[in-house]
Design a protein around this ligand. Structure first.
Ligand code: G1P
Length: 296
């Protein structure tokens, strides 16, 4: 199906305080997952779903991000002179990946505020939002499925994951109804980071959205919510009740997802992805097994 969705917005202005001091002078999006910065996985995911126009909403540390997706002539020349074509190829992977644009968020007033900064660039068309803390395994495509549903229903689409009730307070949570499709639910309500007792379900929003452009006009008048921040979830709650803009649907994701925003999950993601790699797994796996034996 040909998509009319071409733009991806990636909020990347977070302070990354959970990873201090690593993130003192470097954006958290640049933390490596094995040997690639987390943000590169996210841009690759957007491109693989056909979204070649990427807008990053950055904070004060945007230089490292810009440099990563730009050419680095000196390094390229050195590798070329050495004949190290394999490394040259890896360096160039991020260079021509997408047509990347940048806008500054200014005050970090929340995810809703970051998305609103994309209004000028996006204009009047549906677009995707990808949060850098969530990595979706490329073997389990999610964004394609969401774009397909957006086209079919002309609605706003969120990605939902069933999480353990003990984790629900970390997410936007949806009230849902079944649809005629096994992996799609209708979202009738949304609440940002409820307590376990008040959570309407265990369907958590993970960081992928395909939004109708009406979200901008709603975000403009969305008051600060949870944590004093302008919450995307609050704008979506309003969209869920508005049939005239298609309502909100959730694609239920059952694939592999890594939360690189959390320290333990970040470590797990690196170990898992490295052990699955042909160049690292054969050496890492037997070591891991031995290491586990030494743990009591
Ligand atoms: C944000 C959203 C939340 C969503 C989560 C997914 O929260 O506000 O609704 O469930 O991303 O990762 P954050 O993790 O940025 O606090």
């Amino acid at each position: 199906m040909a998509s009319h969705i071409t733009k991806a917005v990636i909020p990347a202005a977070g302070l990354g305080t959970r990873f201090l001091p690593a993130t003192k002078a470097m954006p958290k999006e640049m933390l490596p997952v094995v040997d690639k910065p987390a943000i590169q996985y996210v841009v690759e995911e957007a491109v693989n779903a056909g979204l070649h126009d990427v807008l990053m909403v950055t904070g004060r540390n945007k230089n490292a991000l810009e440099n990563h997706f730009d050419r680095v002539a000196e390094l390229e020349a050195t590798l070329e002179a050495k004949g190290d074509l394999a490394k040259l190829e890896r360096v160039n992977e991020s260079t021509g990946l997408a047509d990347i644009h940048y806008v500054r968020q200014g005050d970090p007033k929340g995810l809703g505020h970051a998305v609103l900064r994309a209004e000028m660039h996006v204009g009047d068309e549906p677009f995707a939002v990808l949060l850098g803390d969530d990595l979706i395994d490329e073997r389990d495509p999610l964004l394609d499925r969401m774009i397909e549903e957006q086209l079919k229903r002309n609605a706003t689409i969120v990605a939902l994951l069933e999480v353990d009730p003990s984790q629900i307070h970390l997410y936007g949570v949806a009230t849902v109804e079944e649809t005629d499709e096994e992996d799609v639910v209708r979202v009738t309500g949304l609440v940002e980071k409820p307590s376990r007792e008040n959570a309407p379900s265990n369907y958590a929003i993970i960081g992928r959205y395909v939004l109708r452009p009406e979200v901008f006009e709603i975000l403009e008048r969305t008051e600060p919510g949870k944590g004093g921040e302008i919450q995307l979830t609050d704008a979506l709650q309003e969209m869920a009740g508005d049939e005239s803009i298609g309502g909100v649907y959730g694609v239920v994701f059952r694939g592999r997802r890594y939360d690189t925003g959390d320290k333990i999950d970040y470590i797990k993601a690196i170990v898992q992805l490295a052990s699955e790699r042909d160049d690292l797994g054969p050496e890492l796996k037997p070591w891991l097994k031995d290491f586990v034996e030494t743990i009591d």
